[in-house]
Structures are given as C-alpha cells and as structure tokens.
Design a protein around this ligand. Sequence first.
Ligand code: RIB
Ligand code: CA
Length: 313
Amino acid sequence: MIKNDKGRPVVIDCDPGIDDALAIFMALASDQLRVVGISTAAGNVPVEHTAANALQLVELAGCTIEVCKGATDPFCTKRKTAESVHGKNGIGDVRLPESIGKISDRAPHEMIFAKAEDCSGELEIIATGPLTNIAETLLIYPSIRNKIKRIWIMGGAAGSGNRTPAAEFNIFADAHSASAVFASGIPITMCGLDVTNKALIYEDDINTLSGFGNIVSQKSALMLRWYLGFYKSFGFNGVAMHDPFTVAVAIDPTLVKTKHLFVDVETEGEFTLGKTVVDMLGVSGKEPNVDVALELDNDRFVKLFKNLMISYG
Ligand code: RIB
Ligand code: CA
C-alpha cells in the first residue's frame, strides 16, 4: 500500500494511455509529490476509457484519490485518438482489476479550482494529455491563473512533431486549449519531444520491471511490452517515456536543462496546426513565457523510474 500523503500538492491531468499510467504510478510512489486529484481528458482514447483507466490505476496502486472525467471532445476541433499506439482500451489492452470506487461527480474544472483554493497558491499541475481541462478551468475560473504555482506539461516540441511533421500529439489534439494555457501567465515547464523522445527504456528494463515482485510493476511491464511493439514497428528499439519523464522532472527538475523562451501554438495552419512555435533566438521580441526542456539526463531518469516502481513492494 503506497502512502501518498507527503510532498508538494499536485493534480495530474492525463489521458491514460500507457505512458500516462506509468506517470501516475511514479507520482503516487514519490514522497516529493502528493497527488490531490486526477483529471482525465479525451486523448489517446475516448474519455470514457481514460477516466475508467485512471480510476483502476489509482486503485491498483492502493490509493484513494478523486478522479474526474473531462470533456468528450477538444475545445473546437475534431477528436483525435491514438488507439494504434496505446491499444483499444488505452493501456495496451491489459486487464486491470475492476474498480471499487466511482468516478467523481465533479468536472475537472471544479476539482482543480477547489484544490487550488485548498492549497493556497501551492498547487501544481502535471499535464500529460491534451490541455482541454486546463483551458476550461482558465475559462470558467480566470482567477485560477494566480493560484497555480506551476504546470509541468508533456507536450509540444521545439523540433518536429510525432502526430504530424509539425505537431506533437497532446498539443495537436487540442491546439486552441494549448494556446490558451501557454498564454495564461502561469509558470510552465514544457517537456517536449526534444527531451521525451530521448527518455528511453529498453526491453532489458522492461524485463527488470517484470521481475519486481509487485502487481503494479508486473502490469506496467505488460503495458510497456505493447508499447515497445508499437515503437519496434517504427524501427525503434526502445520506448519513449514521454509522461513518466515529465513526472520525473516535476520530482527532480535537475534532470533537464531548460531555456526560458517565448512559446505559442499554431491554431490555423493547414500543415502546422498544433505546432508549438518556440522562439529559440528571441526574434519575436515577445516576453518568454515557458521554461523549455532541451537537454536531459536519461540515466538518472531510468534509475528514478526503477526506484519508484520497486517501491510498490
Ligand atoms: O506525444 C506523446 C504524448 O501523447 C504522451 O502524453 C502520450 O500519452 C500521448 O498522450
Ligand atoms: Ca498522455
């Protein structure tokens, strides 16, 4: 049984999703973070699945945390999903024990606002899916921008995308919401593909995980084997741990080197919709608004990942 009652208060906004699942397990196991709520977005799979997955994942970890179900679609574009990457159920078609608890009656924006009030300016958000819920919270409760200490975002890229040549999936899936979040004035750390594509674990690491004598690690290994199969079909020999790496950075920001840069999101382009436009050279003259992660220490990430996963018993 994991005691998740110490550390900095965070809400995880996610779209589980295999890597979201590992990210949730890492956050729950860390004594640096206290997960006070989880909100789910439509992303890798429809929100019915992401919400149900989040609840089952939290219970598998032995925790009781409010899980809220977000909007079924992005703010103003067509829904995009990624079943080919994460499986039909979103977690590699791995079966988890049926949930005992229920999804919260509260919408994400209600939960996030309430938790922000409770935490008196100390609440942080770790966002590992499309940013629909965060943008909705900003729209309904504009004052929230002064109550969130930092948002750690898995999303975007200074370089090329992974859903389109220009755009990373989380941003592409709801570019308008992402643009609103990046413009919110809330301090942001962006862990884009520039670092998360290099946050790799390999089959040996998955075998090690499978050997940990706890159900969380064993189910995680099954999910990662699915994920590895997808990456291998693209000629990769490892899996990019996009969301777990973002949680790791929230736990230990020294895992990355960042630059404070101006970032906005393309919301109109035929070929560039969802592109995070990162002003690397400061040519826009616009005030930097994001700490963009550009270099990482993957060895220390993998060590932290394994230490957290083995702590499940
Ligand atoms: O581009 C990677 C991101 O898209 C990850 O968060 C993954 O879970 C998917 O949501
Ligand atoms: Ca995700």
